[in-house]
Write a new protein. Structure first.
Length: 216
């Protein structure tokens, strides 16, 4: 199974216990058609630094990053495009609830990790900048949700593999965020070409060899 397949299945399972079924289906439908770059980047960063890292554990961390990002991205979409007073109130409130659930579930998967506070700070930063944007105080290019979560994905993978995040890896994640962390976020095949080798080189990790494909 490929990284994308494992991540997608993990995301589907991450909301499989939610009720009622119609709400669960709403979330699964939303997650079925998103760019998986944050989650896949988490997996690839972890396995670049520790090739024997368990794929399911990596995918669960990746799901934590992806779910948090998707919840905030949905919140951004609501703020931009939806109004509660235009006859669409039910959809508005359902989307608000969905966004909160996605962020909450993402936090749950990241709770006992070395990047839990970083994830919380990313959400707080999002909230601050949304306020600035609503007030017309945010200049174009001053803030990017996508860039924040590209950087978080690299750090989350490193934390899983090494139980720490070397400053050189953080610096690389920030550089990668500037390169690919724009809206809309490109898919992993496009965005993450060559990332494994660069992460290993920045961390001084194993030689740049291909990580074995995950076997079911």
């Amino acid at each position: 199974m490929t990284e994308v397949t494992v991540v997608r299945e993990t995301l589907e399972q991450s909301v499989a216990d939610l009720h009622p079924p119609a709400f669960q289906n709403r979330l699964q439908t939303r997650l079925a058609d998103v760019s998986l770059t944050p989650a896949v980047l988490t997996v690839r960063a972890a396995r670049a630094l520790e090739p024997s890292a368990d794929m399911d554990a990596c995918a669960l961390r990746g799901a934590g990053v992806q779910l948090t990002y998707e919840g905030l991205r949905l919140t951004r979409s609501i703020l931009r495009n939806e109004r509660w007073d235009d006859g669409n109130a039910n959809s508005y409130y359902l989307d608000l609830l969905a966004a909160a659930v996605l962020v909450s579930r993402g936090y749950y998967y990241l709770a006992d990790t070395g990047v839990s506070q970083e994830a919380v700070e990313a959400a707080r930063r999002f909230g601050r900048y949304q306020t600035y944007a609503q007030n017309g105080e945010l200049a174009d290019g001053e803030y990017s949700l996508e860039a924040d979560f590209v950087a978080l994905a690299v750090n989350t993978g490193a934390d899983l593999a090494l139980q720490t995040v070397p400053p050189s890896v953080t610096a690389y994640g920030e550089s990668l965020a500037r390169d690919i962390g724009s809206e809309p976020l490109a898919g992993p095949d496009t965005a993450l070409e060559g990332v494994d080798e660069r992460i290993r080189s920045f961390a001084g990790g194993p030689d740049a060899t291909e990580v074995d494909e995950y076997d079911e």
